[in-house]
Write a protein that binds this ligand. Structure first.
Ligand SMILES: [Mg+2]
Length: 414
């Protein structure tokens, strides 16, 4: 039996998008490319939320009053923030991160920690993973990110800041002290203005000075809790693990139709479409569902839900639809027309790849679905039409003609 791979000494990555909001606008609007750009309010009380590197060259920074930014850079172009766009973009970027490891801790729309210690066998060394992440974010999203590589979270975050813009910075285990010592104490996690001022009164401005200060002096000045924390991080110690956020309890999609549906073929087709949407989101979050629920609201506004648990968890539209269709066919006949349909997946569990690994009978449609996700990520959501399989039995043909029934209003996703 081969020896287990040794754990990499620097297994934590901090991935941080460069000028995220501004870069999304610049990418999508050629007129904004290469110009000093600020996202935020341009009015007298506006604040810069994100600045392009062209704007930063003039000293424009995020959190700066817009009036001041305009004084620094008279040619500054302002655009209003568009959070739904950032959120959608963020989800695509996080999908890329999750394709390397399930241990992703998302900190905000544009940054995350990854623990890649278990990913070495599949993807190689952390530095190689960092390079591949940057390459995929660049080619698939046309955006730039920087990555810090370090033995722990606090060092990885410092490293990514150092890597910016458009770079990688690795803090090797044996070089932690050399990396930290020259930094100003303000750069340390947990050191705000007040703490920095208190340290300044002790003559401490750099991490080296902090590290060599007698512990008793620090404790008397700051109290034992904060002093202990600062001593730890001055030595580069941080034992916090990468914490994966609780997965969603339910993934669902629904649609309200401007013209109520009557024809069973249309209804089945809509259920398929909704099932595909839910399955895509399951896969993007690395989840598989055991139970499918359909929601039907009739023209008279009476609403029913029906649930069915599948033999095995799934993250494919085909399987979810098969369950949804059984539920639909079992509804009593002679009902009014349908104004709203919903499909929800619950009983979410093991990530799909885990499931696939453990599953004696892997779902044959899963590979196809993953391939379609890949094409969509690369060429946009319309690049692969779902198969018009609503009427097929028992499994879909490989047909990409999409026939669109009446569907004008998009439902809310929960
Ligand atoms: Mg960022």
């Amino acid at each position: 039996m081969p020896a287990a791979d040794p754990l990499p000494p620097e297994p934590i990555l901090h991935v941080d998008m460069d000028a995220f909001y501004a870069s999304v606008h610049a990418r999508d609007d050629p007129a904004l490319k290469g110009v000093p750009l600020a996202v935020g309010g341009s009015g007298p009380r506006g604040v810069v939320m994100s600045a392009s590197y062209e704007a930063r060259a003039y000293g424009v920074r995020s959190a700066m009053p817009s009036a001041r930014a305009r004084r620094l850079c008279p040619d500054l172009t302002f655009v209003a923030p568009d959070f739904s766009r950032y959120k959608a973009e963020s989800e695509r970027v996080m999908e890329i991160l999750f394709s390397f490891t399930p241990l992703v801790e998302q900190l905000s729309l544009d940054e995350a920690f990854l623990d890649v210690s278990g990913a070495a066998r599949l993807f190689g060394e952390p530095a190689g993973i960092a390079a591949r992440i940057r390459e995929r974010v660049r080619t698939e999203r046309d955006l730039i990110c920087s990555v810090g590589i370090a033995p722990n979270k606090f060092l990885a975050k410092l490293a990514s800041a150092k890597a910016k813009p458009d770079g990688i910075c690795r803090v090797e285990k044996d070089a932690v002290r050399a990396f930290l010592d020259p930094l100003p104490v303000e750069d340390l996690w947990g050191v705000g203005e007040q703490t920095a001022a208190a340290l300044g009164r002790l003559g401490v401005r750099t991490v080296a000075e902090l590290r060599t200060l007698p512990g008793g002096v620090l404790q008397r000045a700051l109290g034992p809790g904060l002093a202990g924390h600062l001593i730890d991080i001055a030595h580069g110690r941080d034992t916090r693990g990468v914490v994966v956020h609780e997965p969603a309890k339910q993934v669902s999609a629904e649609e309200t139709f401007d013209t109520d549906l009557d024809a069973p073929a249309h209804i089945r087709r809509e259920l398929l479409r909704l099932s595909e949407r839910v399955a895509r989101r399951l896969r993007s979050e690395g989840l598989a569902a055991r139970t499918v629920t359909i929601k039907v609201r009739y023209a008279n506004f009476s609403t029913i839900t029906r649930s069915r648990t599948m033999a095995e968890p799934s993250d494919t539209g085909t399987r979810l639809y098969a369950a949804a269709r059984v539920l639909y066919e079992a509804l009593p006949p002679g009902r009014p027309r349908i104004r709203l349909l919903g499909v929800a997946a619950t009983g979410l569990g093991l990530s799909a790849s885990e499931q696939l690994r453990l599953d004696a009978r892997p779902d044959p449609w899963r590979e196809t679905s993953l391939a379609m996700d890949k094409v969509r990520r690369r060429f946009g959501p319309g690049a692969v039409a779902i198969a018009a399989i609503a009427d097929a039995e028992p499994m879909p043909p490989n047909d990409t003609n999409e026939k669109t029934p009446v569907r004008r209003r998009r439902g809310r996703k929960t």
